[in-house]
Design a protein around this ligand. Structure first.
Ligand SMILES: [Fe+2]
Length: 268
């Protein structure tokens, strides 16, 4: 069972890279299931729309996760109730529209569960993520309730992500971080069989400041005249991980970093 996870898709260049390359990459790499984080995919680089979600599904995406920007496009508040393949963080403060966990049927006949968590440190206020994870795992078990479990941890700091990785070790197929938009060089299998990478990186233009126009971002840091942040419009790189899972255990056999196209691939 081979699963592709792609990090935060940023703005029109990120969407274009998905439209142009994803179906080919699914075929070339023999991917069975695709999860992407779509929370920066709207034109402004924050939030997601119904149209963009449908585009992603048409390109072969099975599930879209999100994070702190999930409600930045107001239409998502309604749309998420009608589209179970679009998740919001599981530990948002209740009540919140949509769901943060769902079990999906893969095209090759397996039950793939996806859990979307959000960190607490330097993030919008949400319920304690470690308590939420503990509560979740007391009710949901790998190979009993589903064949594979993918955890997207949307968070700012590496220690929180690594701690969650170890918490889920042996209980999830993959724990991967999102939100920082920079891929980390630590893809590995943890002691008890969970594939892990601290951050998947973004699917966006890397000749930028985390996907946003670099001149405008620098002006902001120098406190000069600047516009609202807007996405950088160069060719996007796709960035994420590919894992192979054992069908008997649901755990990972290997993980490799996946980087395709754009500035990151060309200068890597
Ligand atoms: Fe984010």
């Amino acid at each position: 069972m081979r699963i592709l996870f792609l990090g935060d898709i940023v703005g029109p260049p990120g969407c274009e890279a998905i439209r142009k390359n994803l179906q080919n990459q699914i075929e070339i790499n023999k991917i069975n299931f695709v999860v992407v984080n779509g929370e920066n995919s709207a034109d402004q680089g924050v939030g997601i729309t119904e149209k963009i979600s449908k585009d992603f599904f048409n390109c072969g995406v099975d599930v879209i996760t999100t994070g702190n920007h999930v409600w930045d496009q107001k239409e998502t508040i309604d749309y998420i109730n009608n589209e179970k393949r679009l998740l919001r963080p599981y530990n948002l403060i209740n009540p919140s529209p949509g769901k943060g966990f769902e079990i999906f049927n893969s095209k090759n006949g397996y039950k793939v569960a996806v859990l979307n968590l959000m960190g607490n440190i330097f993030m919008k206020k949400c319920d304690d993520v470690f308590n939420a994870a503990k509560d979740f795992i007391s009710k949901n078990k790998l190979k009993k309730d589903f064949d594979f479990l993918i955890v997207d941890f949307h968070g700012e700091i590496t220690s929180e992500k690594m701690a969650i990785g170890h918490f889920f070790d042996g209980k999830a197929s993959l724990v991967v971080g999102t939100h920082t938009h920079v891929p980390t060089n630590d893809a590995r299998i943890l002691n008890f069989g969970t594939a892990y990478q601290t951050d998947a990186g973004m699917c966006g233009d890397y000749n930028s400041v985390i996907g946003m126009n670099k001149e405008n971002s620098l002006n902001k840091f120098f406190k000069k005249d600047s516009k609202k942040h807007f996405p950088s419009n160069g060719e996007a790189s796709l960035s994420g991980v590919i894992i192979d899972c054992d069908i008997e255990t649901g755990l990972a056999k290997n993980i490799k970093t996946f980087i395709y196209g754009g500035d990151l691939a060309n200068t890597h």
